[in-house]
Design a protein around this ligand. Structure first.
Ligand code: NAD
Ligand code: TYD
Length: 334
């Protein structure tokens, strides 16, 4: 079985590659990644010499490159993670989000249609549904995305679905909630706050801190994607949620407490534009095909914080590079 993974040098993609190579010794992986500021081959050092793993640097928007990969590698499955992923950056500059998330996905869909594929798993997000005050989103709910990021992800999600309906391309879609774990780029709230505290800096909490996210440990999502890939029904959508709803303030206090700090480290800053209040997913459909999250939030958060403590060089390097410029633009001098 050969898997073409796009965006495998990012946070979830690299965790998924480690997971698959560990679980299926006879699976071959081709990782196509552009290595944007978020793509990091340090995440894959342990597998770079694995004979079942191959890295190809390339852009999903490059039709010729994608065609060449399909011709040469003849993948059985695609798991499409590659995307621009940070909401705040999509507010500052949406263009790259439209290009990669919409046009790049379209090139993959077209190429898969031309060459044929057994399964095309499109990785979508709970953010495509928009925000929900009460209750939980089900797969058939309407998509009401609120940021340029989530609108571009909703567009790619719907494009993928249309290729199933119109061309019978074997699409399956997962929509997961907010992931946490090792290898997450330190612009996202959990690694940003952990690393800021370790650097003796304050943590910038948006607005009131009352916005709610449903957190899932990244390995639970990897198992969810694996289950959907093997047991999911073609043409269907599966929510992959962690069932751990926390306000951002609650989450911040957990991190501060674990690192022996108090609330004086919090700096309340201007709210994110269009900030979604709450995400929550109904996961009954994924449960029916044999998946549910296994990790307890408390244990997995401790493990995650310990990982960032043990791997300071990993995030320090990233914070010194491109991130510095972005951080200044986003938060000003601090
Ligand atoms: P990430 O930003 O850490 O990684 C994205 C990867 O895609 C990087 O390696 C980057 O180099 C690569 N990439 C970007 N543009 C590319 C292009 N044009 N061609 C080839 N490669 C390109 O993202 P992540 O957090 O790992 O998210 C992976 C996927 O999961 C995304 O599709 C995201 O929308 C989705 N998702 C993420 C979360 C989350 O909490 N992180 C939740 C739900 C869904
Ligand atoms: P983030 O990690 O960017 O994920 P997403 O926006 O995709 O959910 O943000 C998670 C939550 O944390 C979100 O409600 C915004 C908030 N947040 C802050 O309060 N401060 C920050 O510096 C960041 C990056 C996020």
């Amino acid at each position: 079985m050969k898997l073409l993974i796009t965006g495998g040098a990012g946070f979830i993609g690299s965790n998924f590659i480690h997971y698959i190579l560990g679980k299926y010794p006879d699976y071959k992986i081709v990782n196509l990644d552009k290595l944007t500021y978020c793509g990091n081959l340090d995440n894959l050092k342990e597998v770079e010499n694995n004979p079942n793993y191959k890295f190809i640097k390339g852009d999903i928007c490059d039709k010729e490159k994608v065609t060449e990969i399909f011709e040469n590698e003849k993948p059985d499955f695609i798991i499409h993670f590659a995307a621009e992923t940070h909401v705040d950056r999509s507010i500052l500059d949406p263009y790259a989000f439209i290009k990669t998330n919409v046009l790049g996905t379209h090139i993959l869909l077209e190429t898969a249609k031309k060459f044929g594929i057994e399964r095309f798993l499109h990785i979508s997000t709970d953010e495509t549904y928009g925000s929900i005050e009460n209750g939980k989103f089900k797969e058939e709910d309407i998509l009401m995305p609120n940021s340029p990021y989530s609108a571009s992800k909703a567009s790619s999600d719907l494009l993928a679905r249309s290729y199933f309906k119109t061309f019978s391309l074997p699409i399956i879609i997962t929509r997961s909630s907010n992931n946490y774990g090792p290898y997450e780029y330190p612009e996202k709230v959990i690694p940003l706050f952990i690393s800021n505290i370790l650097e003796g800096k304050k943590v910038p909490l948006y607005g009131t801190g009352k916005n709610i996210r449903d957190w899932i440990f990244v390995l639970d999502n990897c198992e969810g994607i694996d289950t959907v890939l093997h047991n999911g029904e073609i043409g269907e959508i599966y929510n992959i949620g962690g069932g751990n709803e926390k306000t951002n303030l609650e989450l911040t206090k957990i991190i501060l407490n674990e690192l022996g700090k108090d609330e004086s480290q919090i700096e309340y800053v201007e709210d994110r534009l269009g900030h979604d209040f709450r995400y929550a997913l109904d996961i009954e459909k994924a449960k029916k095909i044999g998946w549910e999250p296994k990790h307890s939030f408390e244990e997995a958060m401790k493990k995650t914080i310990a990982w960032y403590l043990e791997n300071k060089d990993w995030w320090r390097k990233l914070k010194q590079e491109e991130f510095g410029k972005y951080y200044e633009k986003q938060y000003g001098e601090r």
